[in-house]
Ligand binder design. Structure first.
Ligand code: HEC
Length: 223
């Protein structure tokens, strides 16, 4: 919806351009058209190939109001999605098991969750690293030992750490949601390299991550 409105406004702007001689007049003109300063500002900039990207619509998240917060059931389901799907490729190295306590688990549940994970520790008294069951103070273990291993497993692309990904991307959760559900066949003329997939929300369109979410692939603890 928002993307559609944006596009219509851009077309209106493009049509309006020849009649106006300088950028200020152009901006005023676009305001009159109802485009708004943001779009006008964007149009005054040069266009880069990476601008050819679909902007995510604004979704009415229940946690977005000034007095709202994320609800616990949703956080738990999000964690379950991460653990069952995303954790195969993405780390979340800034989150510890203790962060789950009183958010989506009791302390005992979080302890048991941590113990299921094998965490590297050491060196021991003969200098070797070893693995042990996780503790509440441990961070979530990463799927790869280092960046090289991560890239080697993903055709050269690096799966970013997801701890702060919502804050790290323009459009926040609207972008992440659109990206995860936005895979399609590439439009005619778009060539993808091996290991790339088409996603109109990803800058440039060619993303090194295959579609990860499909209906009914995840089992939630709350049904
Ligand atoms: C099979 C491995 C794999 C799985 C599973 C996977 N990803 Fe990715 N993901 C990648 C790779 C590789 C990239 C980097 C893509 C690139 O830069 O072209 C990536 C990139 C991303 C990005 C960043 C996109 C950007 O704007 O830079 C997000 C967000 C993301 N993944 C979220 C997820 C989530 C959420 C899940 C689980 C539902 C998931 N991924 C599952 C491999 C994976």
């Amino acid at each position: 919806m928002a993307a559609l409105v944006g596009r219509t406004t851009k077309q209106a702007l493009l049509r309006a351009k020849p009649a106006l001689s300088n950028p200020q007049a152009w901006i005023l003109g676009s305001l009159a058209i109802g485009g708004g300063a943001v779009v006008a500002g964007a149009m005054a900039q040069p266009t880069f190939a990476s601008d050819l990207v679909l902007h995510p619509p604004k979704f009415p998240w229940t946690h977005n109001g000034p007095l709202q917060s994320l609800d616990h059931a949703s956080i738990r389901r999000g964690y379950e999605v991460y653990k069952q799907v995303c954790a195969a490729c993405h780390s979340m190295q800034y989150v510890c098991y203790r962060n789950l306590v009183n958010v989506i688990m009791t302390e005992d549940e979080a302890k048991a969750e941590a113990e299921e994970a094998l965490v590297e520790d050491g060196p021991n008294d003969v200098g070797d690293m070893f693995e042990r069951p996780g503790k509440l103070s441990d961070h979530f273990p990463s799927p790869y030992k280092n960046e090289e291993q991560a890239r080697a497993a993903n055709n050269g692309a690096l799966p970013p750490d997801l701890s702060y990904i919502v804050q790290a991307r323009h459009g926040g959760e609207d972008y992440i949601f659109s990206l995860l559900t936005g895979y399609s066949d590439p439009p005619a003329g778009v060539k993808l390299m091996e290991g790339q997939h088409f996603n109109a929300y990803f800058p440039g369109g060619a993303i090194g991550m295959a579609q990860a979410l499909y209906n009914e692939i995840i089992e939630y603890s709350d049904g």
